[in-house]
Design a protein around this ligand. Structure first.
Ligand SMILES: Cc1cc2nc3c(=O)[nH]c(=O)nc-3n(C[C@H](O)[C@H](O)[C@H](O)COP(=O)(O)OP(=O)(O)OC[C@H]3O[C@@H](n4cnc5c(N)ncnc54)[C@H](O)[C@@H]3O)c2cc1C
Ligand code: SF4
Length: 444
């Protein structure tokens, strides 16, 4: 270990450029043609395939794998994309180990599933590399729909509506489309600017006008949108971050994990991104793992995830936990933060051991830290939105909200896991319902 890695504080360039580049390469590298054939040949093409039932977008997995096996990856891509227009991103980021691959009969029998995610990537990459768009737009309907939020839910909804012939205005508060695909997903899952390339490819369908830098609540209200469009879809995600509620939380060096990750995703030179020597990440989900692993890959010497319940209850999957461990991240469970100590900047975080029902055991410990990431969940910015159910927008059926003509889906809406693939499914299903409703109005 050299002086740069050992130096205390939050500083850039802890590793050589080549080391950083090697760390941030594709987590699941693409299959070549021969590997894809071999992987596809392992599929039993099950009748009533459990993998298909486990997929939130209900992709016909045995069919697309058979299409790869028979040498027609373009047809396989069409099978995937007709259900999930962000099939390329989902192939990279889906926790397949807890979805399709977990229930694959090969996994159940042999402990080694068909590599559904990598096969999906093979098919979708084949089509995208030709820069061809596989779907045509229906004749214009003369209807306009406002879609707010250009994350997976909004992109999926906008694409399906445009395909049906509606004119879509896609608003997003941020400078780029993609939502957390662009600003959140770990860099080693979405390499080579894939999120931006996929969003641009998707919009080749036509009929979608993208307006970035337009925020609902700042530049327009829901009433403005319902007055000027035939329908509105809200896919605004979860824009705020939960606080720790701990003494000293405002000390320098205590940051939201999502902001760190967003900076990392937008950086064109990771060597210039500052990171601590001793990093403590508080939380137990994917965001915690991503912040911890990427801190290590930038050269942080000691990275510890601290989670308040037992390891079995972490929201991060076992695969993600093992990834963290493999990258040298330590995971401490059953401990909650009680104070952030330091003089101006953080120096130590004090934790209390807790039982699984969060009762303090009376034992405490301190971890040295020059950087602390809060990763204890995101929350909805709820002003000016339809009625809520708990902390999210209440929806019924295919995303209908309490306001007539307004639908919602993805992380901001009630029901469903906070996953890319679920957001895509909800955006698509809301678009189908909006289409049915607009056509009913037009014909009735
Ligand atoms: C760090 C991190 C890592 C993750 N990793 C994974 C993973 O590996 N696999 C996985 O399946 N899921 C992962 N997730 C979850 C996944 O990213 C989300 O479930 C998914 O992005 C939700 O899509 P969405 O479209 O609902 O919201 P978002 O992706 O959050 O998109 C919402 C969009 O709305 C815009 N917006 C917000 N407010 C306004 C407003 N007022 N006006 C206009 N626009 C607005 C935002 O700018 C954003 O572009 C991760 C999440 C995080 C935070
Ligand atoms: S469960 Fe596994 S073997 Fe069966 S169709 Fe799905 S991928 Fe193929």
């Amino acid at each position: 270990m050299d002086a740069k890695t050992l130096a205390p504080g939050i500083r850039p360039g802890r590793l050589e450029a080549a080391q950083i580049e090697a760390g941030f390469t594709d987590l699941h590298p693409p299959l070549d043609g021969h590997e894809a054939q071999v992987a596809a040949d392992r599929c039993y093409f099950c009748h009533d395939a459990p993998c298909m039932t486990a997929c939130p977008t209900s992709i016909d997995i045995p069919l697309f794998i058979r299409q790869i096996a028979t040498g027609t990856p373009e047809a396989a891509a069409r099978t995937i994309l007709s259900q999930n227009i962000l099939g390329g991103m989902c192939a990279r980021v889906c926790p397949t180990e807890t979805l399709c691959e977990e229930v694959c009969v090969r996994e159940v029998a042999e402990g080694k599933p068909v590599e559904i995610g990598r096969l999906q990537r093979f098919a979708t990459d084949t089509v995208m590399s030709r820069n061809a768009h596989p779907f045509d737009r229906a004749a214009p309907t003369g209807k306009t729909v406002a879609v707010v939020g250009a994350g997976p839910a909004g992109l999926s909804c906008a694409h399906r509506l445009a395909m049906k012939g509606h004119d879509v205005v896609l608003f997003d508060a941020r400078p780029k489309a993609g939502g957390l695909n662009e600003y959140g997903i770990a860099a080693y899952k979405s390499t080579d600017d894939f999120a931006a390339r996929e969003a641009a490819w998707l919009m080749q369908i036509g009929g979608i006008t993208l307006r970035t830098g337009h925020a609902l609540g700042r530049d327009m209200t829901l009433e403005d949108l319902t007055a000027s469009h035939d329908a509105v879809f809200l896919g605004v995600g979860l824009g705020a971050v939960n606080a720790l509620g701990t003494e000293g939380e405002d000390r320098d060096g205590v940051l939201d994990a999502v902001d760190f990750i967003s900076d990392l995703r937008q950086s064109t030179n990771l060597g210039t991104l500052p990171v601590g020597r001793d990093v403590v990440v508080i939380g137990g989900g994917m965001t915690a793992v991503d912040a911890a692993v990427q801190s290590r890959l930038l050269g942080a010497m000691n990275v510890t995830i601290v989670y308040r319940r037992s390891q079995a209850r972490m929201a991060a999957s076992v695969f993600e936990q093992e990834l963290a461990a493999a990258k040298g991240v330590r995971i401490i469970c059953n401990a909650s933060p009680v104070a952030v100590h330091g003089n101006g900047a953080v120096r130590e975080v004090e934790f209390a051991f807790t039982t699984d029902d969060l009762t303090p055991t009376g034992d405490t410990f301190r971890l040295p830290a020059d950087q602390v990431f809060r990763a204890i969940g995101q929350t909805l910015v709820a002003e000016g939105l339809p009625d809520l159910a708990g902390r999210k927008i209440a929806v019924t059926g295919a995303g209908r909200t309490s306001v007539p003509g307004v639908w919602a889906g993805g992380d901001c809406a009630s029901g469903g896991d906070d996953l890319t693939v679920t957001a895509v499914a909800e955006g698509r299903d809301a678009a189908e319902d909006i289409h049915a409703s607009l056509m009913e109005q037009a014909n009735g």
